[in-house]
Design a protein around this ligand. Structure first.
Ligand SMILES: Nc1ncnc2c1ncn2[C@@H]1O[C@H](COP(=O)(O)OP(=O)(O)OP(=O)(O)O)[C@@H](O)[C@H]1O
Ligand SMILES: [Mg+2]
Length: 433
């Protein structure tokens, strides 16, 4: 079966944390690709990559795994390879052209393409058709973008990765517009809709007129009133948990004695620890040597020993899991425990939701500023908005939801399909072309 003989729309959401892919059939039915792992199946394919060096008789090769199998392989391995995540957040970086893995340079695009290729192949196997034409989501503002030029640069790198991953005809759509197409498919009337999509890397907004009549008369450019976004979302919330809870337990803020002076422990290591994609880069000899000498001079050497243990054993993924667990528990409860234990690294603490909210207050203010801006830029008042649809994993954070409840009223807020709404809507958008 060829795709061109079949007006099926394909929507692909390459997310910072999770990716998903959907097809929309001519009758409007949407199907998500499902990805198997040892615990069952999931529609949210973790956007991470695990690389291992394999020594064959005459040469050394590098093998890669992505998604849920990457995690399983990584956890099983005695000698850990390289696990990388949140790669989408590097797309705007003009300094990160390539990274060294096992002595070989790999471009960012080629690493991302390995994830994309696996998603595409698995979806093709399930849907029993080649998927070459695709509508792909992009954030309104990529992480680290300061201008439209930065966004175009990031988008063109993503396009290169998509081509290398086997897609041939690629068009882009804003991720929140994708979510709007999904929401629209549930409507029997028209609405002026505000979408808020809160992911791992970015928070994205669109103000858009949707509904049956809009669809029937044909969508016009004027129906999309405004888009806006910020490169702040779940990963930034995690970074704050690391800063306030994890790093102090690993020696951040403590001192060393150097000759007759008392000096602070260098903070740059801890700032790197806050960003998941940097942790495995700390395993270099220079950093480890520096930390060994810090440990020898430290007032609290146990904490530095715990940090060294974490870096040497590449425990970033497990630490990330512990941080995420605490964050997710705080979406449900007023307080949660944080626990991490591995050899010399033992961290246990309790944290209240109020504390967490104070740690992320700057991020919440930036998100709030963006919401105010998008409504204002369309020349509207909050009252003019009929409905607010919140989606993406970070929309579970109660403080994020409150921003909208305060402005628009709780009764106007809907949510759902947090991890799949973008891909579903992109597929519908692709089918409507
Ligand atoms: N219950 C929860 N409470 C708080 N945060 C959550 C919850 N569930 C998931 N998250 C967070 O949601 C984020 C992932 O959401 P999602 O899959 O929508 O992002 P993404 O689409 O991969 O990223 P982006 O759209 O920014 O590229 C992660 O930061 C994760 O920790
Ligand atoms: Mg997303």
């Amino acid at each position: 079966m060829s795709q061109s003989a079949n007006p099926i729309g394909v929507g692909f959401d390459f997310g910072t944390t999770n990716s998903s892919i959907a097809i929309a059939r001519p009758d409007g039915q949407v199907e998500m690709a499902q990805f198997a792992y040892s615990g069952g199946v999931t529609e949210a394919f973790r956007s991470l990559l695990y690389l291992e060096k394999l020594r064959e008789r005459t040469r050394t090769t590098i093998r890669s795994w992505s998604g849920p199998t990457a995690i399983e392989r990584y956890l099983e391995a005695d000698e850990k390879g390289r696990l990388v995540q949140s790669l989408k957040s590097f797309l705007t970086s003009r300094t990160l052209v390539s990274t060294e893995v096992f002595g070989r340079q790999h471009t960012l695009e080629s690493l991302i393409s390995l994830i994309i290729r696996d998603v595409r192949k698995e979806a093709e196997r399930q849907f029993e058709m080649p998927l070459r034409r695709v509508v792909v989501g992009r954030p309104v503002r990529f992480v680290g973008s300061d201008s439209d030029a930065d966004d175009l640069f990031a988008q063109s790198r993503l396009e290169t990765a998509l081509q290398a991953g086997g897609f041939e005809e690629i068009s882009f759509e804003f991720e929140p517009v994708g979510a709007a197409y999904h929401y629209e498919s549930t409507l029997d009337h028209d609405e002026l809709l505000l979408i808020g999509d809160f992911g791992g890397g970015t928070s994205d907004f669109s103000l858009i007129r949707v509904g049956e009549a809009v669809r029937k008369r044909g969508r016009s450019a004027d129906d999309l009133l405004a888009n806006d976004g910020v490169g702040i979302a779940g990963d930034s919330f995690d970074a704050r948990i690391v800063r306030h809870l994890v790093s102090p337990a690993l020696g951040d803020g403590t001192s060393i004695r150097s000759w007759d002076k008392v000096l602070p422990v260098p903070t740059w290591v801890y700032r790197k620890l806050e960003r998941w994609h940097y942790l495995s880069l700390l395993r270099g000899k220079e950093t480890l040597d520096m930390l060994q000498s810090v440990k020898a001079q430290a007032f609290e050497p146990d904490r530095i020993a715990a940090l060294l243990h974490l870096i040497q054993n590449d425990l970033g993924y497990r630490l990330h899991q512990a941080v995420q667990q605490t964050k997710c528990a705080l979406s449900l409860n007023d307080a949660a425990r944080f626990q991490f234990e591995d050899g010399e690294a033992y961290i246990e603490a309790s944290v209240t939701r109020a504390e967490f909210e104070s740690w992320i207050s700057e991020e919440l203010a930036a998100i709030e500023g963006c919401v105010n801006r998008i409504v204002r830029s369309a020349g509207l008042q909050p009252n003019d908005v009929d409905r607010v649809f919140l989606t993406g994993g970070s929309s579970f954070v109660p403080a994020v939801r409150r921003i909208f409840e305060r402005r628009f009223g709780a009764e106007k807020i809907s949510n759902g399909n947090e991890f799949t709404s973008v891909a579903r809507g992109l597929a519908l958008r692709a089918a409507s072309d």
